[in-house]
Design a binder for this molecule. Structure first.
Ligand SMILES: [Zn+2]
Length: 240
């Protein structure tokens, strides 16, 4: 999906590095998207039940803190287990290379042939790569892993908590700063515009159709806000 251009300068970041940066960007956009939708849904729901500002602020803060922690935990767990399995694969490959280098060289030659190289070229490529960094060559071709690119679970956890918080701040500020009579419609508008932006970014990163992605995020957000506002208004009236 991310081809390096022909004739790229040798110092250019290599493919995996770029793919990884795009992964970070994607995770950031999705985290912000979650922060926008879930916090907006909570504050709009409470605003449907009461015209006061205090409860909206408290509910919004609780949604922000709870959501950010939950995102961080989820990300930590998922990246940890991914990293564990990558480490296990790296160990296994390292052991195989130490125990049976000939079979591993033959395997590498076969993999390059399967990619379209002639037997001679595959043998030369595999032999030269084995001489320089056998483990790296095997990980790249067999497993598509770069041992230096393994993500830190802590970094992933903090990044997604920050992304969520950034997203959550938008509906919080809109609903708290807007005049009470128009705070709900204004929050709707602010959230839908922000979702159009995150939908566009997500599609751009993933190389998908932009119009469709924007429509999906915006409709999803509108449904979430509409549902919680209805719940708030219904139960607010019943309770008040
Ligand atoms: Zn191997």
């Amino acid at each position: 999906m991310t081809e390096s251009p022909a004739g790229a300068h040798p110092d250019e970041p290599h493919r995996q590095g770029l793919a990884q940066r795009l992964n970070w960007l994607r995770a950031g956009v999705l985290g912000a998207n979650d922060g926008i939708v879930s916090t907006a849904a909570v504050v709009v729901g409470v605003a449907g039940a009461t015209s006061e500002v205090g409860p909206v602020l408290i509910a919004g803060l609780a949604a922000l803190v709870g959501g950010a922690i939950s995102m961080a935990l989820g990300e930590y767990v998922s990246v940890s287990s991914q990293r564990d399995s990558e480490h296990a694969l790296i160990q296994k490959e390292r052991r195989e290379l130490a125990e049976d280098p000939d079979a591993e060289l033959a395997e590498l030659i076969g993999l390059y042939e399967a990619q379209g190289l002639s037997r001679d070229t595959a043998t030369r490529v595999a032999t030269e790569l084995t001489a320089s960094d056998a483990l790296k060559a095997h990980l790249a071709v067999e497993l598509n892993i770069d041992a230096e690119d393994v993500v830190s679970p802590w970094a992933a956890a903090i990044a997604s908590a920050v992304a969520f918080t950034v997203g959550a701040i938008l509906p919080m500020l809109t609903i708290l700063l807007a005049p009470v009579e128009v705070r709900v419609p204004l929050t709707f508008v602010a959230v839908l515009v922000a979702l159009a932006v995150t939908g566009y970014l997500a599609a751009w990163i993933g190389g998908a159709r932009r119009g469709r992605a924007i429509l999906r995020t915006v409709i999803g957000g509108a449904l979430a806000l509409g549902a919680t506002y209805a719940v708030g208004a219904l139960f607010g009236v019943a309770a008040g």
